[in-house]
Design a protein around this ligand. Structure first.
Ligand SMILES: Nc1nc2c(ncn2[C@@H]2O[C@H](COP(=O)(O)OP(=O)(O)OP(=O)(O)O)[C@@H](O)[C@H]2O)c(=O)[nH]1
Ligand SMILES: [Mg+2]
Length: 458
């Protein structure tokens, strides 16, 4: 997406009715636009001016506040004009049309999604991680997520990443200077304590990664899939976790035929709980149930955590062994033994060598707290009190790649032949990865993808 640099305008407030609504324009110079909209009036920068908003023929569309932020001291770094009127969809549309018409001579056009923030990024008002945090703050679905997004927006995440980049650059410069003097190469690593410096960088990177991975949890949440034979109580457990009658529960085996998803929060972490059709291979099942069971396996394939439900009174069966065999490798599984009110087991969790066994009753809602705590543990949630960065998958991938390059650098440094050029090269690659987080070396098409997910007017 190649965007022109002509001035842009859009409604900046959410669609619908509200006390106020804002139309925003941004461009290199908005003098002419202001002169056309408000003939004979001078808007004092950064002061609210109460003023009628008039159509070209002089009819008053609305009255409100005009705010003018001359660049570079504005959100986008360009001249910005904000018109705050009443928040009705029609009146705002009329106001926007009027602004577009008044700016026609300047090539003023409707903004693309995220274009205001994209300009802020291009004009160095925000780096890429901060620009992403704008969208994350707006989209935050829990208080904890909003808090972390606001941390990132203030630049806290960018600062720790910049610090890592600087440390890596310094070490790399040191190494590259030595490369020009091969006779000194041999004891360079000793003299400069390059290994020690590298170890410090790796340790800081690991801290940042941990905080970012925890923050990413707040953003992405986890997919928790309930699987098991018919009638073991999967839908009852979904309802118990959700605290509401989300899924139909009956004593008839094969009640659930399609997946039912409910998002719940545990300590601010969003968990998508997915109830599925019970698995059985009887000859007699109809085509609907068969499709439902296929979907169950589709959901299992996308699970971050599998809750394998069994009837505590009946104990394990061959059918359950077959179900377990079909689980994907590497996905954590909890064996949830349900209906302990009938079997007489106590609510408990038992981590044995083969699996984690959890005993509860979905119907009586006993042991649900144990399950919630276990889900948090699997999610890797630690309440450390340290600040979290609401990282995106893109950031985690870059941090992980940087970590791998630093590891390779460490291996080169450990070798006797001390391949300094390779050591330097790995540092450079790590540095590029880290820089991509804040957008110093980010290709245009990636920027397109990131900003196109914003709403118009942001
Ligand atoms: N006593 C007791 N009954 C339970 C418990 N959990 C579920 N049930 C009962 O078991 C029956 C089946 O429960 P569901 O939640 O519909 O089971 P399901 O696993 O979703 O079944 P399908 O959708 O058919 O795969 C219902 O009659 C529930 O009331 C429990 O903890 N204790
Ligand atoms: Mg069910």
């Amino acid at each position: 997406m190649k965007l022109s640099t002509s001035p842009i305008a859009a409604i900046a407030t959410a669609p619908g009715r509200g006390g106020i609504g804002v139309v925003r324009a941004s461009g290199k110079s908005l003098h002419e636009l202001i002169a056309t909209l408000f003939p004979g009036t001078k808007l004092t920068p950064r002061h609210a001016t109460y003023i009628p908003f008039k159509a070209a023929n002089g009819d008053v569309i609305d009255e409100g506040l005009a705010l003018y932020f001359p660049g570079p001291h504005s959100y986008t770094g360009e001249d910005v004009l904000e018109l705050q009127g009443h928040g009705g969809p029609i009146v705002l549309q009329m106001l926007l049309s009027r602004v577009l018409e008044a700016g026609a001579a300047l090539d003023l056009r409707l903004a693309e999604p995220g274009e205001f923030t994209r300009r802020a990024f291009l004009n160095d008002k925000l780096d890429l991680a901060q620009a992403e945090a704008v969208a994350d703050l707006i989209d935050a679905s829990t208080e904890a997520a909003a808090k972390s997004a606001s941390q990132s927006l203030s630049g806290a995440f960018s600062q720790v990443v910049h610090k890592l980049v600087d440390q890596t650059t310094n070490l790399r410069m040191l190494v590259e200077a030595t490369l020009d003097f091969p006779e000194e190469e041999i004891d360079f690593l000793e003299k400069s304590n390059a290994r020690g410096q590298l170890a410090v960088i790796i340790e800081s990177l690991e801290n940042v990664f941990r905080q970012a991975a925890q923050g990413a949890l707040l953003r992405e949440g986890l997919n928790v899939v309930l699987v098991g034979q018919p009638n073991v109580g999967k839908s009852s457990l979904l309802n118990a976790l959700a605290g509401a009658d989300v899924a139909i529960v009956t004593p008839i085996a094969g009640t659930t035929r399609d997946k039912v998803t409910e998002t719940i929060q545990i300590e601010g972490i969003p968990l998508n709980i997915i109830d599925t059709a019970g698995i059985r291979t009887d000859e007699g099942i109809d085509v609907v149930e068969r499709i439902g069971i296929e979907r169950t396996w589709g959901e299992v394939g996308k699970a971050d955590v599998i809750l394998h439900l069994l009837d505590a009174g009946l104990g394990p069966s061959a059918a359950d062994e077959d179900i377990v065999k079909a689980f994907p490798q590497g996905v954590p599984v909890v064996r949830v033994w349900n209906k302990i009110d009938l079997s007489g087991h106590k609510e408990s969790i038992d981590v044995s060598a083969d699996a984690t066994h959890l005993y509860l009753s979905a119907h009586e809602k006993t042991g649900i707290g144990l399950l919630r705590a276990e889900l948090l543990r699997i999610a890797g949630w630690q309440q450390t009190g340290e600040s979290l960065y609401l990282a995106r998958e893109r950031h985690l991938i870059a941090l992980r790649a940087a970590r791998e390059h630093l590891d390779l650098a460490r291996q080169h440094a450990a070798q006797d032949d001390q391949s300094l050029d390779l050591f330097a090269e790995e540092l450079r690659l790590a540095q590029d990865q880290l820089s991509s987080i804040t957008g110093r070396f980010t290709p245009d098409d990636l920027l397109g993808v990131i900003f196109s997910r914003f709403c118009i007017g942001k």
